[in-house]
Design a protein around this ligand. Structure first.
Ligand SMILES: [Zn+2]
Ligand SMILES: [Zn+2]
Length: 303
């Protein structure tokens, strides 16, 4: 009886694996069509590829899946008949009474594995941005200095008030245009840096980029980190972070301890924001007229 129950449990897990392998491919294709970024998550995709890979290799070697072997062994202990064929073959025969030689199933598994590889190539998985970034967001070859925010970027934050409601204490929020990427900043925001350099201008198609620099411990992704794509300009330390669905600039790593947040992406908690520094004004566009009270710096600002 005990063995019977265990064998049934293994059977259920095995069905789960089959659903994961087949459903996984469906979800990857459908999810990419509908903009669900999680379907390109590295762990999910690696697990899926490994699952179908094991199935294909086992069938070519003429072996059963270890779960089939385990279930068969448990059934024998319970005094029931064991599997004479592979798991999927067994159940296809049981459910739709389709009898086919083993090679038909080997070809089917291999074809399915090939489709998974095509999906991998067509919709490549992404690693989390948390793990693969390093270095400053933005250093220019001709300027050789950090552009997004120097040591003085601490001015971007007001000191949190000692008392007051949660709203008063300062909780800024922001998101990209499509809403896939969302974040919170646990601080009052005040200082905006505007970079007028040519790289930022081309990146945004406007007069540059306006950002607030915040300590990493105050910044939290709410969702959509896996939707973020990055591009690093070759031979520079300049890097951009953007939503892979809607293309909006999104927060990124300014340096190992701080994040930069595009000021235009802030939706709540930005009432006190004012431009405090303009950087790389020496290379601004001819049509760019600066009219606010922010200090103007020919190149970078180092606090
Ligand atoms: Zn978006
Ligand atoms: Zn710039």
């Amino acid at each position: 009886m005990q063995y019977q129950l265990l064998a049934d449990a293994v059977l259920l897990v095995h069905f789960g694996v089959v659903v994961f392998v087949i459903g996984g491919l469906v979800v990857v294709v459908a999810g990419n069509a509908r903009g669900w970024c999680w379907v390109n998550g590295w762990l999910f995709r690696l697990a899926h590829l490994a699952a179908i890979g094991i199935v294909v290799v086992q069938s070519w070697l003429g072996r059963f899946c270890p779960l089939t072997t385990l279930e068969s062994w448990l059934r024998v202990q319970a005094g029931s008949p064991s599997y004479a064929t592979s798991f999927v073959q067994h159940w296809v025969q049981r459910i739709i009474f389709y009898e086919a030689p083993n090679w038909v199933f080997t070809v089917a598994y291999t074809a399915f594995g090939f489709l998974v590889l095509v999906a991998w190539w067509r919709f490549p998985p992404r690693r989390s941005k948390r793990s693969n970034e390093g270095g400053a967001a933005h250093q220019l070859p001709d300027h050789r200095q950090q552009c997004r925010g120097g040591p003085g970027a601490r001015e971007g934050l007001k000191q949190p008030r000692q008392s007051g409601s949660a709203e008063e204490k300062g909780m800024a929020k922001g998101e990209c245009n499509c809403g896939a990427v969302q974040f919170d900043i646990d601080a009052d925001l005040s200082g905006v840096f505007v970079c007028h350099c040519s790289i930022c201008r081309r990146s945004t198609g406007s007069n540059g980029i306006a950002v607030v620099v915040v300590p990493k411990e105050r910044f939290r992704w709410v969702q959509g980190e896996e939707c973020i794509a990055t591009w690093k300009k070759p031979n520079t330390d300049w890097q951009t972070w953007f939503c892979s669905i809607c293309g909006s600039p999104v927060p990124g790593e300014n340096d190992p301890t701080r994040m930069f947040v595009p000021a235009g992406s802030i939706t709540h908690g930005g009432d006190a924001l004012r431009v405090i520094h303009h950087i790389w004004v020496g290379s601004k566009a001819v049509w760019d007229e600066i009219g606010d009270a922010g200090k103007q710096h020919t190149e970078e600002f180092r606090g």
